[in-house]
Write a protein that binds this ligand. Structure first.
Ligand code: PEP
Length: 284
């Protein structure tokens, strides 16, 4: 079964209520097909954004959750609550690990809680620059992955997406080389084979995250093991978010054709029957 490309917008701690609603309405209105799209707004905007996405093909996710379904955890948000309103939750984002001190253990507990609540977690892993320069990136990412997934069943792992996000690429404007993204995605898939077997490993979507833009998305997403992107900055504008969705390989249903890859994209390839030069902007 081919893996449907998956593009996730992580809005982080950005947007006003009005801005979030406008963004959600614009993204929900795009006739995208053949790609799964999700947005993860800040907690206070989950409900208004859920209203905007109702009836659309765009799913809702949260950026984090706590480890328990309910209780005396002031300021925390439970996965059970999130499951009532959305489908996905990001777990173990490097900003949570780095700024909020989340350990591999805590990330594993959050993942377990999210799965128990019926959510589909997007588990983030990724090395810092020093680790990459020391040649230890694969070892580091594999260890993060094993820590988070070793207690999960195959069925639970199938409900996860893995986001490879090298810390040095997040928000810096310096994305990983497509070959590096693919190499790590392949490594992640081989760890999944070890933990959960071939069939599960083949079904899990592996995303790349770190300075993805409409300009570099097609080449990064061309990797055989790169099934999508977790997008921060570029997801805050509908136009760039949707252009990345198009670069995931598909055009809106109306155009009805698969993009033949970055080269053609750059050369000005256009869908059959269209005579004016095609760009994501002209479609949306
Ligand atoms: C992220 O926040 O997960 C991310 C990848 O951010 P950016 O796209 O801005 O680098």
């Amino acid at each position: 079964m081919p893996r449907t490309p998956f593009i996730v917008g992580n809005w982080k701690m950005h947007t006003s209520r009005d801005g979030a609603v406008r963004l959600a309405v614009a993204i929900a209105a795009a006739p995208v097909s053949g790609v799964a799209l999700a947005v993860c707004p800040p907690f206070p905007w989950l409900a208004p954004v859920a209203d905007c996405l109702a009836g659309s093909q765009v799913s809702l996710g949260a950026q984090d959750c706590w480890t328990e379904p309910s209780g005396a955890f002031t300021g925390a948000v439970s996965p059970t609550m999130l499951a009532e309103i959305g489908r996905y939750v990001i777990v173990g984002h490097s900003e949570r690990r780095r700024i909020f001190g989340e350990s591999d253990d805590l990330v594993a507990r959050k993942l377990t809680a999210a799965l128990s609540a019926g959510l589909e977690p997007i588990l983030c892993v990724g090395e810092d620059l020093g680790t990459r320069q020391a040649g230890d990136a694969k070892k580091f990412v594999s260890a993060q992955l094993e820590h988070a997934l070793s207690q999960q069943s195959e069925e639970e792992i199938q409900r996860c997406a893995i986001a490879y996000e090298p810390i040095w690429a997040i928000g810096t404007g310096v994305a990983a080389e497509p070959s590096d993204a693919e190499e790590m995605a392949a490594e992640i898939r081989s760890v999944l084979v070890r933990i959960a077997g071939d069939a599960t490993a083949e079904s899990v979507r592996i995303l790349y995250g770190g300075s993805v833009t409409p300009a570099n998305a097609a080449s990064i997403l061309a990797g055989a093991n790169v099934d999508g992107a977790l997008v921060g900055g570029a997801s805050l504008k509908a136009e760039s978010c949707l252009a990345i969705a198009a670069a995931a390989g598909w055009l809106p249903a109306a155009a009805g054709a698969r993009l033949p890859g970055r080269e053609a994209f750059v050369r000005g390839w256009q869908p059959e029957g269209k005579t004016t030069p095609w760009t994501p902007r002209s479609v949306w």
